[in-house]
Design a protein around this ligand. Structure first.
Ligand code: MRU
Length: 344
């Protein structure tokens, strides 16, 4: 995809505003870490790997003009601010902590050299994410038939990463391998990442896509149109329980009911061996007005109670395989995920 989700440009961070897609392609430029934190919180940028890259770039902006003990103090503040934006995707904390290690290793440097080292690390995180997605895509493409119709949820595409995508990386790699691929995209209420973003980027890449409302997935699966489901993840626990966009769990239940393989595209940075199972993954709850208002219009009575968890947890037993950049993990995940994480 030619549009860049996020980019380091002349010591600023530039992002496409994903809240406005597909109607408008507007780019925003951030010069300090607070702006980057706000962009993550308000979902100008979203998707686990993309917010990891954004946070790393935010840290680089944040420590600029400091060195030695002042840099360490500033990092504490910047890291706290960035980590508080969205709790579920482990990539965010992973990227911030990685930047912290580079800071510690370079504390003897002066301001300019330290900033240079931090900027280089943030750009390396961006570059590595692209390479990870391409490799993950290759492993995933091998699991996909030809022709194949793939159902996906939310947006785990170029817009959710540095580029290429995880779940949509599998789609792209299968297509690039010459397979005839068609995608069904759940619209993904309430933020509509499926209909707004997945459909937008697949159309840009000329990959056939059909948008359905979330409550149509069972019908589509029942009519045997789907060869496999492929989704992304914000955090996968050591036992293979998968946190992903709300609505992923029911999709996995339906896929099992209809005998359709359910694959999770998971860069190793989103696998958290410190979380033993899904119950220990923090689930973000977002504002109720995402449910009661739409496009500035009231669509539920004012003052009604709401419950708006942004993610759910799919139990490992419903997951056919987890696709990473180092290979495909199969159950039992406690062993297979650890083996892939420790492989080099
Ligand atoms: O709330 P979002 O849009 O950040 O949620 C995104 C998802 O749930 C994605 O599926 C996940 O981050 C994987 S992106 C490669």
């Amino acid at each position: 995809m030619t549009v860049k989700t996020i980019e380091w440009r002349a010591n600023t961070v530039r992002m496409i505003d994903q809240r406005l897609l597909p109607a408008r392609e507007v780019f925003r430029t951030y010069r300090d870490y607070r702006g980057v934190a706000e962009a993550i919180r308000t979902m100008v940028i979203r998707g686990a790997p993309a917010i990891g890259v954004a946070a790393a770039m935010g840290v680089a902006l944040g420590i600029r003009g400091t060195a030695h003990e002042r840099a360490r103090k500033r990092f504490e503040l910047v890291a706290k601010t960035l980590k508080a934006t969205r709790p579920t995707a482990v990539n965010l904390a992973w990227a911030v902590d990685r930047m912290g290690r580079v800071l510690e290793a370079n504390l003897a440097l002066g301001e300019d050299e330290l900033f240079g080292a931090m900027r280089a690390e943030a750009i390396a995180i961006y570059d590595e994410d692209l390479a990870v997605n391409r490799s993950l895509g290759q492993f995933g493409a091998a699991l996909v038939g030809n022709p194949a119709t793939i159902l996906t949820h939310c947006n785990a595409g170029a817009l959710a990463t540095a580029g290429y995508g995880t779940a949509l990386g599998v789609v792209r790699a299968a297509r690039d391998a010459g397979k005839i691929i068609e995608v069904f995209a759940d619209e993904t209420r309430p933020f509509l990442q499926g209909s707004r973003l997945t459909a937008w980027e697949l159309r840009k890449d000329h990959i056939p896509v059909t948008v359905i409302a979330d409550n149509m997935a069972a019908t589509v699966l029942a009519q045997k149109k789907i060869d496999c489901v492929v989704v992304g993840t914000d955090r996968t626990a050591a036992n293979g329980d998968v946190a992903n966009k709300i609505g992923t769990y029911p999709l996995a239940v339906m896929a099992r009911r209809h005998g359709v393989p359910f694959y999770v595209a998971a860069p190793l940075s989103s696998i958290d061996l410190n979380c033993p199972n899904g119950a220990s993954i923090p689930i973000e709850e977002r504002a109720g007005r995402e449910l009661t208002e739409f496009g500035g219009k009231q669509i539920a009575p004012k003052g009604v109670h709401t419950f708006n968890p942004a993610f759910d947890v799919t139990p490992a037993e419903l997951v056919t395989a987890i696709i990473t950049e180092r290979g495909v993990a199969y159950p039992p995940y406690t062993e297979s995920l650890r083996a892939l994480k420790e492989k080099n």
